[in-house]
Design a protein around this ligand. Structure first.
Ligand code: NAD
Length: 255
């Protein structure tokens, strides 16, 4: 442990799997008090115990749950310094606009976008009152690039997360609160594995566009989130933070 966020209080949504779980572990290693908000009541308490974090059962689409999550962090540890608003879904019934019905569209908007609105709305009053804070919202590289293999509601939701983060970063910059959007490229997590298990060809097709030639590991996202959460990134806000293995910079990729 090097204490890069020593004694900071960090709330992480979607902290029971993938990018969120890796970030919970990384934050704990660096000395933070971590509060996990996730639906997963089966694994949540064990994960929390292992790293010395606190687990709160929370559905990020429900305002009361989200408010209670941040209140728990504040009441237990006395501040809310870092909010990693990360929970998200990528269900198979969200695909081409021609095949995606309104229910699937709405469900993805609720979990991926409305949740980030709720989390920022809950975190900001604590951060503004104390005069500092770092919010990191998980968007995606698809917020800035189009894909022919469409997941229409997912992409639209991530565009919303990116633009909301930018606006909040600008609005609150002079009050000591930084807000950045993490834009991961494809990451080797259950979310991605589920999507590609059905269709290995789809995975191969995606890899062609990644200059480094592989998907990211969750800890590579966690390291970026740690940087954005810590004071090392004190001049970075309202930023589109691409962690994408070069995808967004590429025209022709190596063979
Ligand atoms: P994951 O499926 O591994 O983990 C998601 C976590 O969110 C799970 O623990 C799940 O229980 C939780 N969750 C789902 N719905 C919830 C709800 N309503 N309330 C509370 N918790 C809920 O996913 P991941 O791959 O780690 O993705 C994390 C974030 O990163 C998502 O926002 C995703 O869109 C984004 N992202 C992922 C990739 C990728 O390739 N994996 C790429 C870009 C962006």
């Amino acid at each position: 442990m090097t204490g890069r966020i020593d004694k900071k209080v960090a709330v992480v949504t979607g902290g029971c799997s993938g990018i969120g779980l890796a970030t919970v572990q990384r934050f704990a290693q660096e000395g933070a008090e971590v509060v996990i908000g996730d639906l997963d009541e089966v694994n949540g308490p064990g994960i929390a115990q292992e790293v010395g974090a606190t687990f709160v059962r929370c559905d990020v689409t429900t305002k009361d749950d989200v408010d209670a999550l941040f209140r728990k962090a504040f009441d237990t540890f006395g501040s809310v310094d870092i909010a990693f608003n990360n929970a998200g879904i990528s269900p198979p019934d969200d695909q081409s606009i021609l095949d995606t019905d309104l229910e699937a569209w709405q469900r993805v908007q609720d979990v991926n976008l409305t949740s980030v609105y709720l989390c920022c709305k809950a975190a900001l009053p604590y951060m503004l009152e104390q005069g500092h804070g770092s919010i990191i919202n998980t968007a995606s590289f698809v917020a800035v690039m189009g894909a022919a293999t469409s997941q229409i509601s997912y992409s639209a939701s991530k565009g919303g997360v990116l633009s909301m983060s930018r606006e909040l970063g600008v609005q609150f910059a002079r009050q000591g609160v930084r807000v950045n959007a993490l834009c991961p490229g494809p990451v080797n997590t259950p979310l991605l594995r589920e999507l590609f298990a059905k269709d290995p060809e789809l995975a191969e097709r995606r890899l062609i566009h990644v200059p480094v030639g592989r998907f990211a590991e969750p800890v590579e996202m966690a390291n970026a989130v740690l940087f954005l959460a810590s004071d090392e990134s004190s001049f970075i806000t309202a930023n589109t933070f691409m962690v994408d293995g070069g995808i967004s910079g590429a025209y022709v990729t190596p063979l």
